[in-house]
Structures are given as C-alpha cells and as structure tokens.
Design a binder for this molecule. Sequence first.
Ligand SMILES: [Zn+2]
Length: 249
Amino acid sequence: MSIHLLNCFTCNARRPNTLKTGTVCLLIESNEGLILVDTGLGLDEYAHPSGMTKLFRVITIMPFDQNEAAINRVQKLGYQPEDVKHILLTHMHFDHCSGLADFPHAKVHVHRREYEAFTEGKIRRFTEFAYVPRYIAHKPEFILYEKVDSKWYDFDAIRLPFEPEMYFIPLFGHSRGHCGVAIKTSGGWFFHAGDAGAVYDNETPKWLIQLVLGPHDAALRTFMKAHPEVLVSNSHMFPDFFTQHSIVI
Ligand SMILES: [Zn+2]
C-alpha cells in the first residue's frame, strides 16, 4: 500500500519568478478504501472559476490545466472516482476543496470549526473570500471533528478512524479550523502541515507568511530541525517534491 503525492493545482509566483509551487493532495490506500487529502481545483472550478481563482489567475502564473484536477489524477493512476471513499480536508479554501463534487460518494472529514466557518456565510478575515458555498451544493456527508484525544509528538491531535494510523493536527490561524494531517508509513511519519506554514520556502518574507498562513510557521520549522526522521510538507510545494518521494505504508 502506498501514499500517492498528487499535484492538483500548479500556481507559480510572478515575483520572485523562481517560486514555483504545486498543491499537495494525498491519495492514501487505506483499510477503508482510498482516502484523498484535499482536492485541489475541481472540474467545476475550471468551467466556472470563482472570484478567488480569477484573482489568482491575475496575480500568479497559473497553467489552469484541468489534467491536474484530482479526478483526472486518480483516473490516471487506474482508479475510478467511486474508489475514493473518504476525503480529509485540511481546510475549505477554494484550492483545497473545490473538487469535492467530483467525488460525490465520498464522506468528507473536516474539523467542526472549519465547517462552521465555511457555512456561516460571514467573512471575518480576508482569507475567507476563499470559501465558496457551491462547493458543497451536492450535499456530501460530513464527519466533523472537534475533541482532541491524543498527542502526536508535542502536538494536540485527533485520531482519525483509519489504518494506517493517522491524525488531524489542529493548526488554527490560516483558517478558523485548519488542521494538518499526520500519517504513519513504513518509513516513519509523514506530516502534511497544509497551509499552516511555508516550511521549504525561504523567499517569502516572514511577515507575509504570518499574515496569510498564521502563527505556526516558526514552530513547524523548529519541529523539522528536531525531527529530520519525519517527512514534512506544506500544501504548496516545489515541483520536484512530487517526484522525489515514494511513500510506502
Ligand atoms: Zn488556504
């Protein structure tokens, strides 16, 4: 069994133009069928781009290639969309959940605070313009999490009901209920920190990281130094990341 690293949305900076990123989605072969972590941009977003996607097409360099949509990535690996039984969301911004409708049978697992922020309909922070209600118009079944019941290293953690062993790691700030995901693999732990940090990016100023991604970036970098045995990613990784690792569970 393995974890496939999928780039489900390429978005490159205009300045510095060396800063190129793909959006990390994980396809995990589990005891409960395939689990997708985040969806990237979905097919409907390509057909009817939201305001955020239109804005990003102006301020970044975006190929906007629907071959990158998770549903196409999954099919290219030889699976059917119905094989994806569960979707874990780090958070519900456009570039992380606009593909939910491409997997209408999947149960959607997310922190309760994030679901409530998405459905509340009140913008409390500029990043919340990235919440687009129609992404859940197909009314998927949601499984909501709130109670911390474990520790993963020094982080508070919420055990998820799957094998391999995995946890939501609450890292609030970038969005109200943002969580990372820690997954046990045969080679050690893989910690996907979502949009809570820019851990491999040394070009973006610290104040901008703090403003957009929230308060956890420095602690995540400290964690990475202390635990080189843990593979850490954030949501928007350099292009080589997707081919550098083959992760066996
Ligand atoms: Zn985000």
